[in-house]
Structure formats: C-alpha cells, structure tokens
Design a protein around this ligand. Structure first.
Ligand code: NAG
Ligand code: NAG
Ligand code: NAG
Ligand code: NAG
Length: 495
C-alpha cells in the first residue's frame, strides 16, 4: 500500500467541529493499520455530491448512510451542539433526496464520541442508555422531517463481541460483558423506539428498526445433533438481540446455556442480565418496525462430541459461541465467495422465527482478487443473492422491504485497510492518492436491473487457475421478475 496521509495532527479529525470517536481513536495510535489515514479515508465528506451522483446513475432509489454522533454532538450531549456538523447532514440529506433517493439513516455505527466512552464506560455500562436516547431524540427532532427510515444501532451482536476486542486500544474488552453490552443496547433501542412512537411517529410517519449481523450456520450433516448445533447458534448469536425486541425476553435456551456455564465455572453472578417486569412488558409489545439484516458469509455448525475439547476459535461470533459447549461453529471470513444459500438461509430463519419485515441492510462482495473496475464477480454475487432473495419472497412468503448493497464506494475496512477487501460499486483510487472515482463494471448490473425490472443473470467468472467444469452456482435458477413483486415494494439501494 503506497498511500500514506501526512496531515499529522492538523486536526482533520476535528474538521468542522467533529470530535474524535472511538473508531478514530485507535487509528491515531501508531501501529494500528495505517495511522491517521482514516481521518480522510475516501474523503466522502467533501465528495459526497459526486458519490451520490454515482448512486443516481446506477438508479438506486434509496441510500443508507450513518450519522456520526461525534460530528453533531462532539461530547455526546445536546448541551454541546456542533452547528457545522448539523449543517453538513442537512446538506447531505437534501442531496440524497435531490438525487431521487430515500434516505435511510444508521444512527450509530460503532462510533460514539471518545470522551463519552471514557466518561460512561461505553456500552458495558448502563450510563450509555440515557445518553443514547438523548442523541436519538436530537436526531428525530432535527432530521425527522426528511428521514423516514431509522436504524438505531448497527450490528450490536457484532459490536459487543468482535469490535470491542478489535478496538482494544480504545476500550478494555471484557468478554464476560458481552451480554451486558447487548442488554444496554437493547434498552437504549427500546427507549428510543418508544420515544419516536410517543413524540414523532404521528407527524413524521417514519419507521424505526435495528440491524443484526447474521452468520447463517449450515449443519455439517443432516444428523439431528448438527441441526441442533446450528439452531442453537442462531438463537445465541441472533436471538439474544432480536428476540427481546420482538417478544419481550431472551430465548429460554440462551438463558439456560449462559446461566449453566456461569454456575459450572462458579462465576457467582449472571452474565446474562434480566429485564425488569416493566421492561418485559414494553418489549413484549414489539419495539421494532423492521429487522435490518446484514449478511455476508455463513458458518458450518457441527455437534462437538467431546465437550472438554478446546472450542474452535470462532473469532467472528466471539464469546457467544463459547456458551454452546456442544457445538463447533466454523465461520468463513472470506468476503469473496458466491453462495446464495447464505442469503436464503438467513431470510428463511429470520422471517420464520420472528415474522417482522426485513430490510437487507448490508450484503456485498469484497475481494482483493477483483480489486479493479473489472468486477464481474461482484455482479455475479449480487445476481445470485438477489435471485435467492426474490425466490424467498415468492416461494416462502418472506417479507423483504428493501435490499442495500455494501457499499457505494470502496471504503476503509477495519481489518483490511483500503486495498484488502474493496466492496464498492465505485472504485476509489487510493494508490495514486488522487481518490479519483470510477464506476466499476458491475454498476451495469444495477442499471440493467432497474431498466428491465428483473434480476439479470450473471455467471460467476472462471478464475485463471480454475480447472473445474462448473461455476460457483447453478445456472438452472430461474430469473425472477421484480415487477411481479408489487406488494413488497422492493427497493434497490446502495448503502
Ligand atoms: C428505476 O429508477 C427510477 C429512477 O431512479 C425509479 O423511479 C424507479 O422506481 C426504478 N425502478 C425500479 C424497478 O427499481
Ligand atoms: C476430550 O478432549 C480433551 C481435550 O482435548 C482430551 O484431553 C480428552 O482425551 C478427550 N476425550 C475423549 C474421550 O476423546
Ligand atoms: C494510478 O497509478 C497506477 C500505477 O501508477 C496506474 O496504473 C493507474 O492507471 C493510475 N490510476 C489512475 C486512475 O490514473
Ligand atoms: C484525477 O481526476 C482529475 C480530475 O478528473 C484529473 O485531473 C487527474 O489527472 C486524476 N488523477 C489521477 C492520478 O488519475
């Protein structure tokens, strides 16, 4: 990687009044990825008009983006509003709408203000709950006349496991706090949802949901014990977040497993907190209008016959997988695989378990082997996944409101930097440092999809060293017609 930023501490991170977030902080410590480079990254801050014009060119009808808490409320509270930050997002939202797209806002994408993190102890502490609700109230009040789709928090199940560990330089990770972190986030979401319902829904008429990362497990065999391992992993990793929000409490199986391990290890306390009767009552009413599903790769689940064997180091699901002593969960971190069964399995499980409308909020292809603009593999990926999605709607009655791709432009990826895993539909020239944008070939897929009203079939390209006869997925899949889906209102978005 030739690209280095030499702006030093000249306060680019504090541009226009923005404060350091917990995501910025570790990037400012020498040795962490590419120190300081993330202050500019793709410079979307200055080039968003150009980027949104690309989204329009690809005929997307909505755009998902996040508001940075530390840009609008640098110290976390409404006692310190950064007017320039508010103006930036006002301009941004207007530009999204001007380009014919519906804005969908993620209110917190792992990046709370660093000083707030220090003051509260972060999401491990219940002190964050009211600070978040204050922030949510501020966003609804300030932007809610134009923003109708709110995603309160991004992937809390991922944040409370993997990201807290990844940001070890920033916060002290404590695996035993995984459930405490989730619990506080669930309560913050619940209170924000109720606040919207009480003060804003009638006038603003929007929807509020929360996003979850799913790592759909495929049972290794058809044997019952492997099916149980897969189902249990879904309940622990996804159910711990979604079930309370949909029906009032943690899944009984999760309560049993976590309490049992606490007792076996003589911990003397419950890692999985309990909701009060009042909280359960509110949660049981259902406090989400949709589930924002983020889905990339899947896992394999198998029964572990020897419970004392060392568990598989399952990095992604983190501490949650360790609470299933009888399962080995092996997750792929390969973002360059085309396997539409992952999308299918995720949609079927979420819908059949919760019956809440789904927005696929992230799904994308990131592979350094296809880093340039010639990215047929990316078009093949979206083709396979969208056909699986449409099939799930038509054949299984899954209710999907929208599909967003990750991502509009090549972005900084936490563990892979700028070049390791480009996901964009628009190439960003990080090597030359020009940050020049170029539409990738896969953009044609989305243009064609819009113009024809159907999901184009794109075969997966053969790798030069691939001597196998087949392609990565069957060609016998039908082409499904989006125009037949009138009632589900499928939108196609770039996030
Ligand atoms: C195609 O794009 C146009 C303009 O962006 C939009 O109004 C229309 O709804 C899109 N159609 C489909 C099927 O997505
Ligand atoms: C179970 O695994 C442990 C740890 O790897 C090992 O010491 C033990 O011999 C195993 N037991 C059986 C019955 O395989
Ligand atoms: C960036 O530099 C590389 C290597 O010098 C060159 O191949 C490439 O074409 C350049 N990109 C642009 C957009 O000029
Ligand atoms: C980047 O784009 C600008 C404007 O189109 C152009 O003048 C410049 O040569 C480009 N730089 C590189 C390195 O491609």
């Amino acid at each position: 990687m030739g690209f280095r930023v030499s702006f030093g501490l000249s306060a680019l991170v504090f541009i226009a009044g923005k404060a350091e977030s917990i995501l910025d902080h570790p990037q400012h410590i020498p040795g962490f990825v590419v120190p300081w480079s993330t202050d500019v990254a793709a410079d979307h801050y200055h080039r968003f008009r150009e980027d949104l014009a690309f989204a329009k060119q690809m005929k997307f009808t909505s755009h998902r983006f996040s508001i940075s808490w530390s840009r609008v409320l640098p110290t976390g509270g409404v006692d310190n509003i950064n007017k320039e930050g508010v103006q930036f997002y006002t301009d941004y939202i207007n530009e999204v709408i001007k380009n014919g797209m519906e804005p969908m806002v993620t209110m917190l994408h792992f990046d709370q203000p660093y000083t707030l993190e220090l003051a509260t102890g972060g999401w491990d502490s219940s002190a964050m709950i009211d600070k978040y609700v204050e922030y949510a109230d501020f966003l609804f009040k300030t932007f809610g006349d134009k923003v109708k789709y709110w995603n309160t928090l991004n992937e809390p199940n991922m944040y409370c496991s993997y990201f807290r560990i990844l940001m070890a330089q920033s916060v002290a990770p404590d695996n035993s706090k995984f459930y405490q972190c989730l619990h506080n986030i669930i309560l913050a979401h619940m209170k924000s949802y109720k606040l919207y319902e009480k003060n804003y829904r009638q006038t603003q008429k929007g929807k509020v949901g929360i996003s979850v990362l799913m790592l759909p497990p495929t049972p290794k065999t058809k044997n019952e014990e492997d099916l149980v391992a897969a189902e249990t992993f879904n309940q622990v990793y996804v159910g711990s977040l979604v079930q309370p929000i949909v029906s009032g409490d943690y899944p009984p199986l999760v309560r049993y497993l976590v309490d049992k391990r606490d007792a076996d290890e003589g911990l003397g306390r419950h890692r999985l907190p309990a909701f009060t009767p009042e909280e359960k009552e509110i949660l049981a009413e259902g406090v989400t209008d949709f589930i924002a599903l983020n889905v990339y790769g899947g896992c394999t689940a198998s029964y572990r016959h020897n419970e004392s064997a060392i568990p598989n180091p399952a990095l992604l699901p983190g501490p949650s997988a360790e609470d299933i002593p009888f399962a080995d969960i092996d997750c792929s971190s390969d973002f360059g695989q085309i396997d539409e069964s992952v999308m299918h399995n995720a949609l079927i499980w979420i819908w059949n378990t919760y019956h809440v409308p789904i927005i696929v909020a992230e799904n994308g292809y990131g592979d350094s082997k296809h880093a340039g603009v010639n990215d047929q593999a990316r078009a093949a990926y979206h083709s396979a996944n969208l056909r699986a999605l449409v099939q799930s709607i038509r054949e299984y009655g899954v209710k999907v409101l929208a599909y967003y791709t990750w991502s509009l432009i090549d972005v900084f990826e936490f563990s892979a930097g700028y070049d390791g895993r480009p996901f964009g539909l628009v190439h960003v020239d990080y090597q030359n440092g020009s940050l020049n944008r170029t539409l990738k070939n896969s953009a044609q897929f989305f243009i064609q999809l819009n113009e024809t009203g159907r999901v184009p079939f794109v075969p997966a390209p053969r790798e030069p060293d691939d001597t196998s006869a087949g392609t990565a997925f069957s060609v016998s899949l039908e082409v499904f017609f989006l125009s037949l889906l009138g009632t589900v209102g499928l939108w196609l978005f770039a996030g």
